[in-house]
Design a protein around this ligand. Structure first.
Ligand code: FAD
Length: 443
């Protein structure tokens, strides 16, 4: 559908984390009328650390009080700040600032996002304390979307309201709904099971025999943090991924294949045949896509995949009036979100054009076929990694955005390569400034 150049739409953005803030800024720049709904009382999303944890440490009880952020107290970014900069808003080390590190602590990332929101006048667009509970297309012809949100009035009462928008951009984050490992005996195993979403600090594991499932960045951090306190630490790994940890550097760490089954007497058996009498199973197994508020027959969400989405952003038959920003992973995410946000804003103002609905749908089908042909599950749909540079260039081109050549050099894969080279202490061992200088001078 062709939009009029310079068209201004009334747009709802759900969430004021990195994706929501970037989207609000781009929409505002394009002259749209923007309302951001944010259930918390501050910006930052994931980067808004909370010492609070959920009542169900595994995060499976649908009636639990959800805590949004999955950060642990000690968390430092796993990407250098240069890779978390926005195009025209670099994440600089502040003179005299509290945290000058290339891999800053979470408080510094939050400060960066707060500064960004303030400097671009985004705070005024945000309705804090408003949780969106329903997004529904009520008039297909005029593309009218109802956004229903609730806000707390007293400790026990809520008030809800409905508002109509022409377009909705979903930016509610992908790191809140735990995905847990499946194995026989899991539900009757007598010890403590928790997901890393509810992990804050290691004291709980003192003198315990711990089985930690996973090998991603969180598993890496938590192995290092828990092992000095635990009696024994057993890491169950499905596919060697982010294998920075060398068990020979630890005197109480063993690595195993996945759990074969858990027994009622507390024993945990691994597929490699070894058995341990464990106290705790810690699932560092990632998160599921979750959109409880989205009432749509068009968009399917199966936990690890959302679709159909043209280039991870627009459902073809609802484009451009519904979009998603920030679904991807294994990429330099802030950059991907910024470009997706800009694309959405420009499409809505008629400055960028989408292909026909049929063409978008066939592009999605093509991606699914490619996944199938290369033996990857549909659950890898939104994982960029090897396709990151190509995708970033493609999205940038949609909004005529030029980016520095260093962006082609600094990708998820090149960062991982450096991290593996620097080893377990990569955050302090890697001279990132020098690396960037070398990249820039090779232009
Ligand atoms: P979020 O930051 O999750 O923000 C979503 C927002 O939506 C939240 O404010 C939430 O309150 C709000 N919201 C949700 N549902 C509703 C609703 N129904 N109504 C209203 N508001 C709602 N990325 C990096 O680039 N570098 C790192 O070092 C890094 N480390 C990470 C470490 C951990 C442990 C985790 C979990 C993630 C890490 N990430 C990192 C990825 C990180 O998630 C992204 O960087 C980014 O913060 C995601 O932004 P987002 O806006 O998509 O989601």
């Amino acid at each position: 559908m062709a939009l009029k150049m310079g068209q201004s739409s009334k747009v709802a953005v759900i969430g004021a984390g990195t994706a929501g803030l970037l989207t609000a800024r781009e929409l505002q720049r394009e002259g749209h009328r923007v309302t951001v709904f944010e259930k918390a009382d501050k910006v930052g999303g994931t980067w808004l650390y909370s010492s609070q944890v959920e009542s169900d440490p595994l995060g499976v009880d649908p009636n639990r009080q959800v805590v949004h952020s999955s950060l642990y107290r000690s968390l430092r970014a796993n990407l250098p700040r240069q890779a978390m900069s926005f195009l025209d808003y670099p994440f600089l080390k502040k003179e005299g600032g509290d945290d000058q590190r290339s891999f800053p602590g979470h408080e510094e990332v939050l400060r960066f996002l707060e500064d960004f929101a303030r400097d671009f006048g985004l705070m005024e667009l945000i309705q804090f304390g408003h949780e969106v509970i329903r997004v529904e297309l009520v008039d297909e012809v005029n593309h009218e979307w109802v956004v229903e949100s609730k806000t707390r009035v007293t400790d026990s009462t809520w008030e809800s309201k409905e508002e109509v928008f022409e377009a909705v951009v979903i930016c509610n984050g992908i790191n809140t709904e735990p995905k847990i490992a499946e194995f026989p005996g899991r539900d009757t195993w007598p010890g403590l099971q928790m997901h890393s979403h509810s992990y804050r600090f290691p004291q709980l594991f003192e003198n315990k025999i711990v089985v930690l499932i996973g090998s991603g960045p969180t598993a890496f951090d938590l192995v290092r943090e828990i092992s000095p306190l635990a009696k024994q630490l057993h890491q169950a790994i499905r596919t060697p991924g982010f294998m920075l940890i060398k068990p020979e550097n630890y005197d109480n760490l063993w690595q195993h294949s996945m759990i074969a089954c858990a027994h009622k007497d507390g024993k945990v058996e691994f597929q490699d045949g070894s058995v341990v009498d464990a106290d705790v199973i810690l699932h560092c197994t990632g998160y599921k896509y979750h959109y409880p508020f989205l009432k749509s027959d068009v968009v399917t969400v199966d936990g690890e995949h959302v679709g159909p989405l043209y280039k991870h952003v627009f459902p073809p038959s609802l484009a451009p009036w519904l979009s998603f920003v920030g679904l991807n992973y294994r990429a330099i995410l802030f950059r991907v979100m910024e470009l997706q946000a800009r694309w959405v804003a420009k499409v809505l103002s008629g400055k960028a054009e989408l292909p026909s609905q049929e063409e978008m749908a066939s592009s999605v089908e093509k991606l699914y076929r490619e996944l199938e042909m290369t033996g990857r599950s549909k659950h890898h749909t939104h994982r960029l990694q090897n396709g990151e540079v190509e995708y970033v260039s493609w999205v940038a081109a949609q909004s005529d955005t030029r980016f520095p050549r260093r962006w082609e050099e600094i990708s998820f894969n090149t960062v991982v390569k450096q991290v593996l080279y620097c080893g377990e202490d990569y955050r302090d061992a890697w001279d990132v400034d020098k690396w960037i200088q070398e990249i820039d001078s090779s232009d």
